[in-house]
Design a protein around this ligand. Structure first.
Ligand code: COA
Length: 472
């Protein structure tokens, strides 16, 4: 197991030096210092710049060697060729951790690889753990520390995001913010010269603020270390592995100097260690949100409620085509449903409560379906048809999730209607209830919760299950 304590000075620093803090608002070293200050960091900050006596009202020092206090974390934003010298000074100063923002290393070819190795060796000899190079830094919305360039923070939440791409990392934060998905820690790993995915899985596994680990990965250098960390991780991991094709793989090698490797090998390795694989950002967050806020499904049998037949049929198709079942409901359930349904509707699964349903019918049928012993998970669908009551249905889903928590059966919503109902759907997002705009996404989220149920069962048999998830 990686030593997670080594990473504490990086992620919970008592003091930070920004090396290359700049006077110019157009430079990255300016933005990093600004972001740390804006978030109200309460530790000590030391801007390092030999050219000016102060920046943003803070006294600068020409080098870390001139700082009298101890330094936990150095954030380095000087051109690549100066990084070995700066790292040597950090080692002399006994700085504990470093983030090398600078690019111009392994991703640029042989000369860059040598420079990266030189910096790594200096850091290792000095006992410094190192994130990067070629990284954005990290953003921590739980402890309010923005140790990255690019302005803006994620919403605080329970999903940790680890990304090998800095720019995509920012895009993912803004996507998550728009979807009302909260994040616990956002870490851009860059070229992963030292701290890699395995270290971060171990670190986040013991982080009390993180329930789910979401990752964007281009390449993994030490497969065994990665798989060992994933295997011992008790929290669910969702990962995008990019560079799946010849074109993608070539692009990854110049982006972060990664060797993408055979996709089939990654696929089978992820399966072995129960990493849920996603193929794009939306899918990754679809799974992460469900895993963070709904209990795992104990079986693969799905109940479906819709206010329009077509939506229910499509969900049934998707469920059956990805290894879920749409079971017949018990006779007792059908008998209980009938008084709530119009005479023309059959009491079956998927259940069409018809377009004129109001709060009570939608809520009562959902509640009865959820209590059926043949049903392990429920998908509640709303199509924004003329006489539908999306706002009432949202109220019904929120009530059901609150009332039925003790059943430990996941409830997922599928809301089809575009921008017209977006404000209504937002009420579900704010409550952290997984809601998806398509049958495919809703069914896949349930499949993901079913896989998580099986993973936990296996861990349980091995005697190392985490506390069941699903606090909502
Ligand atoms: N110690 C401390 N400060 C130093 C220094 C040293 N040894 N050498 C230079 N500086 C100061 C400079 O004087 C300058 O401050 P000033 O603007 O007030 O004069 C500041 O550090 C920055 O140095 P500069 O030479 O102007 O570099 P830059 O800001 O143009 O570029 C990087 C530096 C790191 C941003 C750039 O090289 C780089 O790598 N950019 C890409 C980063 C990136 O995309 N990373 C990956 C993201 S996913």
């Amino acid at each position: 197991m990686g030593n997670v304590d080594d990473l504490k000075p990086i992620f919970s620093p008592r003091s930070i030096a920004v090396i290359g803090a700049s006077r110019s608002p157009h430079k990255i070293g300016y933005e990093i210092l600004q972001n740390i200050l804006v978030q109200g960091y309460t530790g000590k900050i030391f801007p390092i710049n030999p050219e000016t006596p102060n920046i943003m009202g803070l006294k600068t020092q020409p080098s870390v060697l001139a700082v009298k206090d101890d330094i936990d974390l150095a954030i380095i934003a000087v051109p690549a060729e100066f990084v070995p010298k700066v790292m040597t000074e950090c080692a002399k100063k006994k700085v504990k951790g470093a983030i090398v923002i600078s690019s111009g290393f392994g991703e640029t070819g042989e000369r860059g690889r040598q420079l990266e190795d030189e910096v790594l060796q200096i850091a290792r000899k000095g006992g410094i753990r190192l994130i990067g190079p070629n990284t954005l830094g990290y953003k921590d919305p739980i402890d309010n520390l923005d140790a990255a360039f690019v302005f803006g923070m994620p919403r605080p939440g329970e999903i940790a995001l680890v990304s090998q791409s800095g720019a995509l990392c920012i895009g993912m934060i803004y996507y998550a913010n728009g979807e009302h998905i909260g994040l616990s820690r956002v870490i851009s790993v860059g070229n992963k010269a030292d701290v890699d995915d395995a270290d971060l899985i171990d670190y986040l596994n013991q982080d009390p603020s993180t329930k789910v680990i979401a990752m964007y990965v281009e390449g993994i250098k030490d497969g065994k270390r990665f798989l060992d960390a994933a295997r011992r991780c008790t929290k669910p991991i969702v990962a995008i592995k990019a560079g799946r094709t010849a074109a993608g793989s070539a692009a990854a090698s110049t982006h972060t100097g990664s060797l993408s490797g055979s996709d089939a090998v990654y696929d089978s390795a992820f399966r072995q260690v129960h990493i849920q694989r996603a193929y794009d950002v939306i899918e990754m967050f679809d799974y992460a949100r469900a895993l963070a806020y709904q209990p795992p499904a104990q079986g693969n049998r799905v109940g479906i409620i819709s206010n329009g037949g077509g939506a229910g049929i499509m969900i049934a198709d998707w469920c059956e085509s990805i290894g879920l079942k749409v079971p017949n409901i018990a006779k007792k359930t059908a008998d209980a449903l009938r008084p709530h349904l119009p005479a023309i509707t059959s009491a079956r699964n998927p259940l069409d409560v018809t377009g004129d349903a109001r709060f009570h019918r939608y809520h009562a049928t959902g509640s009865i379906m959820l209590s059926d012993p043949n049903v392990d998970a429920l998908i509640m669908t709303c199509v924004h048809a003329g006489i539908a009551r999306p706002r009432e249905y949202v109220g019904a889903v929120i009530k059901l999730v609150e009332e039925k928590r003790n059943l430990r059966k996941p409830i997922v919503a599928c809301w089809v209607g575009g921008p017209d109902i977006d404000e209504v759907v937002q009420e579900l997002r704010v409550k952290n209830i997984p809601v998806y705009a398509s049958a495919m996404r809703a069914a896949k989220a349930v499949r993901c919760l079913y896989d998580e149920g099986r993973r936990l069962e296996l861990l349980g048999r091995q005697g190392r299950a985490r506390q069941p998830n699903g606090s909502q």
